[in-house]
Structures are given as C-alpha cells and as structure tokens.
Design a protein around this ligand. Structure first.
Ligand SMILES: Cc1cc2nc3c(=O)[nH]c(=O)nc-3n(C[C@H](O)[C@H](O)[C@H](O)COP(=O)(O)O)c2cc1C
Length: 437
C-alpha cells in the first residue's frame, strides 16, 4: 500500500483552524510543517503533498474572512526545499500550474528540489481552475478546458524533455584533463509546439530520479487521458468502492496505448480519517468539529456547490428553496435537493453536512475499522494506496500514524522500513531512461 498525506495547513476539515488540535497559524509556521512532515516520515509514509493555486480564493468576504483554507500560506516548492533539509526519506510533492507557469521554470525548480532532497521530488501537474488565477497573469478569464489541457500536454512534454538535457554521467569534473562536462552528453531540446517554444538545454543536471515523479488529478476525459500518458501517481476523490473501481480500471485501461504498464501509475484516492479507540469516540470527535463550522461559511459553501447561488436572503432554519438551473453539476444539485426534501433538512442542516464533507471521503472509526476499509479498496482493485487528508493538523496525523499505520503494518499491508532512498524507489516506479540513450 502506498500512502501520501495531503497537507492543508490547519487540516482538511473546514473548521479545523478553530480546533484545539490545530496549529492556528499553520500556513506560515515552518516549525509546524517540519513537525508534521517528520511525523509522516516516522509513519514511513511515501510522500507529503501540498496543493497550490496562484490566487487568494474568491468567495464572499464575510465567509472568506472566517476561513483558513486556500487563503494565505507559503509557496510550496520553497517550503519543500526547507523540509528536504529536515527529513531523509519521505517524498516531497507539490502542485505547479501548467496554465500560469513556463515549462522551463517548472522543470528547473523540480529538478533543483530533486537534487536538494536526494531524489524525493514530485510535481502535481494541474491546469488550474479559477478566473482569480487568470487575473493575476494578464488574462480576464481562465483558458477553456480544452485549451488548458492542450497546453498541459505540451507543457509535460517540454518538462520531461528538459529533464533529459544532460545525461546522468555528463559531468566529468576532471581536473587532470580540464574537462568539466562531456559535450556529447549535453542535449538541446529545440521544442516548437503550438503553445510553447523552448530551446533548452536546462541549466540543472539530470535529476537523481531521472525525472521527478509526476502526479496528476484530472477527472474529466481530457484529464484522464493526460494522466494515462504522463502521471505516475493519480489522485482522485471517489465516494464509494464502486466509483473507485470504475475509475481505477478506466485509468489503467488507457495506459497501454501510451506504451505504459498499469503498475507504472499508482492510484491514490483521498481519505479523511477520523480515528479514535472506539466508534462512539470517533463519532463524537467528528461531531465536535462539525459544531465549530461557522454557519456563514457553511452557507457560502452550500451556495457554491449548488451552482453559485446566493442563499443569504433565505431563512437558514427554513427549507431549501426551489433552485434556478445553473451551470453546476446537475447530479450534485439533484442529490442534495433530494436529500434535503427526504430528510426534511433546513438550509442550516444541509449546509453543515456539505461543508463538513466537502470533496472528501470522511471515514469515522476505530483503527481496525479504518484498516478494514483501506484493505478492502486495496485488495479489490479500487486503489494502490491512499492520499490521507488529516481533518486537523497536527492532531489527526499523529492519531493516524500512531493508531492506523501500526494496524496496517500488523496486517502486512504497509512497509515497516523504506525500501529505497528515492520517492520513485519507495513507490515502486521505474527510473526513466533518457530519451537520448
Ligand atoms: C487530491 C487533489 C488535489 C488537487 N490539487 C489541486 C491543486 O493543487 N491545484 C489545482 O488547481 N487543482 C487541484 N486539483 C484539481 C484537479 O487538478 C483537477 O482540476 C480536478 O480534479 C478537475 O479535473 P478536470 O479538469 O479534469 O475535470 C486537485 C484534485 C485532487 C483530487
């Protein structure tokens, strides 16, 4: 089983920043990140992951000012470089956008991080989603879905090409002969595409891993094609084993046409575990977090999920009104409307439910209950492992590492020592051969 951990500064629960188990200024607290990364490494986890967007999230200011997520925190590659110095084994992965970067910059930064960390870097390739990001880079609107995935494909091609600029043994540094590098082992990419024109070579030697590990999380048709061609780790958010199995088979089934084997890509669904020694304690813990959700925040999240509808003029303790047709996911709107009608939920009750679980598979239980669940998905082709989303940081990560990982190890499902020195070796991924060899 492969295990990543997704660090949202104070945790993934929307109210985590108000919880006593959270580091309240986590977004800019280096000691906090050192502590949680070392905890994950103590648990022998494969990798840590930082999401990224290049903008402050847009929302109504009253709700925004009551949230801690996606607002203000360290730039992740800078942070990972610091964490490389405080750890020895764990993989260090972060997002960089293909819409608001140049491929040369991304190739250079992750190659540098790979050298700094001794082969532990990973790049989460995303196309970005918000107009707020576009508006920081000279555009009014974000690229269309089609265009951003076309750019992303070229971007990945260029980055991989640049990483091969130097052969592994290009640098002779031979004092006797006076030859610093072998000129035959330097390659110029000369890429000219529709979106990028990049001559190269890269001014960083070939990374220790050959290429840092490429992570991707696209869920659309174009996103899954990109993952099948380039990704070595895929994040996803299925909400049942059936959905997970379908995604797993679909994604792995697309790889052959790109000359890749299914084991060249590890599928890691997200899982947000609320762990306690007994089921009732775990449920109480979740309830305690739910009670900390600010109704203003919950109302804004519900409005967003329902297709950016403004719910502020409705009575929070009244029923959900009939909603106008919007561009939102129709299935989500139908599902929530039906749930609200059937269970006679008020707007407030529905909002709390949606805000607490937003986009996450929240699993409440004892260590053995959580391990049963993970084992089931792993052994039934639903997952190659999980991306753990601790609801509160550092508290929930400590509990996962101290209670769930030993249970997984007892069952022989998870390592007790790191297998290799690089992220690639620990994930069981091949080292890419240079395109020039
Ligand atoms: C675990 C996980 C992490 C993600 N991290 C980011 C991120 O850091 N930045 C970002 O813009 N999108 C992020 N995404 C969104 C995806 O990259 C992608 O845009 C989304 O899944 C929709 O895919 P689609 O455009 O192919 O429909 C993440 C998704 C998942 C599941």
């Amino acid at each position: 089983m492969r295990l990543g951990v997704f660090f949202n500064p104070t945790g993934h629960h929307v109210a985590s920043w108000r919880h006593s188990g959270a580091q309240i200024d986590a977004g800019i607290n280096l000691e906090h990140y050192v502590e949680i990364t070392q905890t994950a490494e103590r648990g022998k986890m494969d990798m840590i992951f930082f999401q990224d967007s290049v903008a402050v999230r847009r929302a109504n200011i009253e709700a925004l000012s009551r949230s801690a997520q996606y607002i203000a925190n360290f730039e992740p590659i800078t942070l990972l470089s610091a964490l490389a110095m405080a750890t020895d084994h764990i993989g260090l992965t972060a997002t960089a956008s293909t819409s608001y970067n140049e491929p040369y910059h991304v190739a250079r930064k992750f190659a540098s991080l790979d050298h700094i960390s001794g082969g532990r870097a990973g790049w989460n390739l995303v196309t970005s989603v918000q107009d707020a990001e576009a508006q920081n880079f000279g555009r009014e609107q974000h690229y269309s879905h089609e265009e951003r995935y076309a750019r992303a494909r070229e971007f990945a091609e260029v980055v991989k090409g640049l990483w091969d600029s130097w052969e592994d043994d290009a640098f002779l540094r031979d004092v006797e002969s006076g030859l610093y590098f072998d000129p035959d082992k330097l390659h110029t990419l000369d890429f000219k595409g529709e979106h990028f024109s990049v001559k190269g070579p890269l001014n960083v030697p070939r990374p220790p891993q050959g290429h840092p590990v490429i992570v991707q999380a696209g869920a659309s048709e174009a996103g899954m094609e990109l993952a099948a061609e380039y990704a070595e780790v895929a994040f996803c958010s299925p909400n049942s084993i059936e959905v997970a199995q379908t995604y797993y088979a679909n994604l792995k089934g697309r790889m052959e046409k790109f000359g890749r084997a299914p084991e060249d890509l590890k599928v890691l669904p997200g899982l947000s575990p609320v762990v306690a020694p007994t089921m009732s304690e775990a449920e109480e813990k979740l309830q305690e977090m739910q009670e900390m959700i600010d109704p203003v925040v919950a109302q804004a999240i519900l409005g967003t999920v329902l297709g950016y509808v403004d719910l502020s003029n409705y009575d929070m303790d009244g029923p959900l009104p009939d909603l106008p047709e919007t561009n939102a996911s129709k299935s989500t709107v139908d599902e929530l409307t039906t749930m609200a009608r059937e269970e006679k939920l008020t707007i407030r009750e529905l909002a709390m439910r949606v805000a607490g679980a937003r986009g996450k598979f929240v699993l409440t239980g004892t260590p053995s209950h959580i391990a049963d669940f993970m084992e089931d998905w792993l052994t039934n082709d639903g997952a190659d492992g999980f991306n753990i989303l601790p609801p509160v940081l550092p508290a929930s990560l400590n509990e996962f590492v101290d209670l769930v990982i030993p249970e997984l190890q007892r069952r022989g499902l998870f390592r007790t020592e790191y297998e290799g020195t690089t992220l690639r070796e620990n994930l069981g991924l091949k080292r890419p051969i240079s395109r020039y060899q």
